[in-house]
Design a protein around this ligand. Structure first.
Ligand code: AMP
Ligand code: ZN
Length: 465
């Protein structure tokens, strides 16, 4: 498998630390609001990556955090805690907000066929681990106390900007909102490990620590949660491109200073989904959620297909027009698959050959568009029906587009249609035998199920009431 590594800025052969096994960490959502479909683009692409690794034979352990404390409005440690903002907006407690939006996130993921990671850990579960790492960083001289907060001292590092491209405009967007100078910092890029002096009088979540009552910074969460479950050497770390700086840069700074060696080998970043006006937002313009798409009649899986049509390292612009085109593509694809007759014997050799083709093509830096092309190649091939269906099922493990699932409404309609047709035939027999009471009873039975029947010159026809 090949993967673009943001750390080296090259496509590399993927070689995990332990043969056949992959440790994978994903930055989870900040659960102060619904995820927008941009956030979910990142989770879809990461889901494909995880499944592709499994498809290629790796045993994957994937861990994800839930950010339920410490993520401030600006990624540069300024502004209000996002969770508190959510609680105020809805007049609820922070923990109520966290529970509600964590559940909403996983419900959206389920609708998009995004697999739940093997371990999901809320930050508020790990306060002792955060304190231990911060103590270690203080002992080693990488952190200092100023005002009443604990900061990471970036001047102690040989190299801080490990991703090298922190000046890219798109990376700076999230950092620039609401930035205010923190005069406690010794260096401009230093960041908070532990807030003791709460900036907000009513900071809801606080814990005792060696430095007084307070709460953790956002970045420390991912370093600790990853090490807690995946150890001090990590194969793969994922997130949206905006996480590259400062979040992942800070994660690397503190993790490697703490453990004293290289931490993570591969960094996978998904580029943004934008709306037609630019950056997607939860507060401005139309708040694009999975539920909104559903309320407009879209199957969420169509959105998954929409994202798979483009490469994860290219920005993608959302429009209803393109989504509508994807609806048509999806319908045609499903119809073509539904029309395949399950006949002949499955050719295991062909299944293996097409499996390897997919692993190689999509495994070349997560090229999902190539995966879709291969799917059409299978449809066009002269393989027998049974073999085609087997290969499509295999591909759909990674693509997760419900390719072999019958359309629910059609399945119900088919069942209903044969029931109604049988009743109409029974009624015709009853009428022929002049058993009008029975014929009327059948009419009433059908009416009770919302079916209206009408006798015409061409025969009895039916419709839904
Ligand atoms: P958050 O809930 O803000 O912590 O973000 C959750 C994930 O969504 C992170 O990996 C972000 O990098 C990612 N993300 C945020 N905005 C977008 C976007 N417009 N397109 C794709 N991914 C995004
Ligand atoms: Zn993170």
């Amino acid at each position: 498998m090949k993967i673009y590594n943001s750390l080296t800025r090259k496509i590399e052969d993927f070689k995990p630390i332990e043969e056949g096994k992959v440790s994978m960490y994903t930055c989870g959502p900040t659960v102060y609001h619904f995820a927008h479909i941009g956030n979910l683009r990142s989770y879809i692409c990461e889901d494909v990556l995880e499944k592709l690794l499994r498809f290629s034979g790796y045993d994957v352990k994937r861990v994800m955090n839930i950010t339920d404390v410490g993520h401030l409005s600006s990624d540069a440690d300024t502004g209000e805690d996002k969770m508190l903002k959510g609680a105020k907006r809805e007049n609820k407690t922070v923990m109520e907000i966290a529970k509600f939006y964590t559940d909403a996130f996983f419900s959206d993921c389920a609708k998009l066929n995004i697999k739940t990671p093997d371990v999901v850990e809320p930050a508020t579960n790990c306060i002792p681990e955060f304190i231990k790492m911060i103590e270690g960083l203080l002992e080693k001289g990488y952190a200092y106390k100023a005002g009443e907060n604990i900061y990471f001292d970036t001047s102690k590092l040989k190299e801080y900007f490990v991703f090298g491209n922190q000046n890219e405009d798109e990376l700076m967007v999230g950092v620039r909102e609401d930035v205010e100078e923190d005069t406690n910092k010794r260096n401009r890029n230093d960041f908070v490990l532990w807030f003791t002096k709460s900036k907000f009088e009513d900071q809801a979540l606080k814990w005792d620590s060696p430095w007084g009552v307070g709460y953790p910074g956002w970045h420390i969460e991912c370093s600790c949660i990853s090490m807690k479950h995946l150890g001090e050497k990590l194969d793969l770390h994922c997130g949206g491109i905006d996480n590259m700086f400062p979040h992942h840069t800070n994660e690397i700074a503190q993790s490697e200073s703490y453990i004293g060696h290289k931490w993570c080998n591969y960094w996978f970043h998904v580029h943004h989904l934008n709306d037609e006006s630019g950056k997607m937002s939860k507060s401005k313009g139309e708040f694009l959620t999975v539920s909104l798409l559903e309320s407009k009649g879209y199957d969420p899986i169509v959105y998954r297909l929409f994202t798979l049509q483009s490469h994860y390292r290219k920005p993608l612009t959302f429009s209803y027009e393109t989504l509508d085109q994807t609806v048509t593509t999806y319908k045609k694809l499903k119809n073509r698959i539904a029309a395949i007759e399950d006949s002949g014997d499955v050719s295991e050799a062909a299944v293996k050959e097409w499996h390897d083709k997919f692993a190689e093509a999509v495994g070349n830096d997560c090229n999902t568009a190539m995966g879709l092309t291969l799917l059409y190649d299978v449809l066009k091939s002269d393989l027998n029906g049974a073999t085609k269906l087997k290969i499509i099922g295999d591909y759909d493990y990674v693509l997760s587009l419900n390719l072999l699932k019958p359309e629910e409404s059609e399945a119900v309609d088919d069942e209903l249609a044969s029931f109604v047709e049988a009743k109409i035939a029974e009624r015709a027999e009853a009428k022929k035998a002049k058993d009008y009471a029975k014929a009327d009873a059948i009419r009433e039975e059908l009416a009770g199920k919302g079916i209206i029947i009408k006798d015409t010159r061409e025969g009895t026809v039916w419709s839904r009431a």
